[in-house]
Design a protein around this ligand. Structure first.
Ligand SMILES: Nc1ncnc2c1ncn2[C@@H]1O[C@H](COP(=O)(O)OP(=O)(O)OP(=O)(O)O)[C@@H](O)[C@H]1O
Ligand SMILES: [Mg+2]
Length: 247
């Protein structure tokens, strides 16, 4: 069964149409990668799925777990299992990582008819994920992304993902700015989270991350739509030859 089904979507920001008749289906348990030149609409795609209010969908449909995603608010989408790790993570002054994650997790649990985690269960889950991803107690006590380095912000986004256990993980250039060790840690987190019910969309400019996280499908996106799909060899080809032949 497909987890995400995007059909013939046209989407704009301001008065500019960015996604043109865009279609993509991701099956449950699959990892898809999207590569494409700057400004081609990759982040736009992730915003449209997550429900960013500035992006208007004028045509097409998006189904998530068989439900009409476009009819859902951004928080309903998140609670239903959509997660976006931003290309440029947002800073939330005054909101600590620990509080942010607890609030987000309990909102999701209530949405799904589950009781809040108690303090002990919460701390256990937080510590386990933090240790695995090399996130210190000090980092958990700091406001979300405020003063974090570029690479640390990316790591914290991955940590949020690991903590919240979403079903659809949209990772927008999660590999940019990461040192080699951090790239390994973040990739390991994705590989550990790989499960039959969980899917990933990895937006990237580099073939390197796909050496760590082996995708089921690689897509090339140009001018707001997918122009080619293949396996890892396609990523290698792009890395060597660029996008010229697809333009
Ligand atoms: N508010 C806006 N008004 C007009 N154009 C916009 C607006 N926001 C984004 N765009 C344009 O939309 C296009 C797609 O942007 P998007 O961020 O989706 O590209 P991308 O494929 O993620 O690029 P990159 O690889 O550089 O991250 C770009 O040309 C961008 O300038
Ligand atoms: Mg982008």
């Amino acid at each position: 069964m497909s987890l995400l089904e995007i059909k013939n979507v046209c989407a704009s920001v301001g008065d500019k149409e960015i996604l043109h008749d865009f279609s993509l289906t991701i099956g449950a348990g699959e990892i898809h990668a999207i590569m494409g030149p700057n400004g081609t609409g990759k982040s736009t795609l992730s915003y449209v799925v997550a429900g960013h209010p500035a992006y208007r969908v004028s045509a097409g449909s998006i189904m998530f777990k068989g439900k009409d995603l476009l009819a859902m608010t951004p928080d309903e989408r998140a609670n239903a299992g959509v997660f976006l790790a931003f290309q440029h993570p947002i800073e939330l002054p005054g909101v600590t990582n620990a509080l942010f994650l607890k609030t987000a997790l309990n909102a999701k649990r209530r949405f799904n008819g589950e009781p809040d985690l108690d303090a002990v269960q919460y701390m256990k889950r937080l510590k386990a994920r933090a240790t695995a991803l090399g996130v210190s107690d000090d980092m958990l006590k700091r406001p979300v992304n405020v003063g974090f380095s570029g690479g640390e912000k990316k790591k914290m986004e991955t940590f949020q993902m690991a903590f919240l256990e979403p079903d659809l993980c949209l990772l927008d250039e999660m590999d940019s700015g990461l040192d080699v060790d951090a790239l390994k840690i973040v990739s390991d987190a994705v590989n550990i989270m790989r499960e039959k019910h969980r899917s990933f969309l990895i937006i990237t400019h580099h073939e390197r991350i796909l050496e760590h996280i082996v995708p089921d499908v690689v897509h090339v996106m140009i001018g707001g739509k997918i122009v080619a799909s293949g396996d890892k060899a396609l990523a290698r080809e792009i890395d060597k030859g660029g996008y010229e032949k697809y333009r």
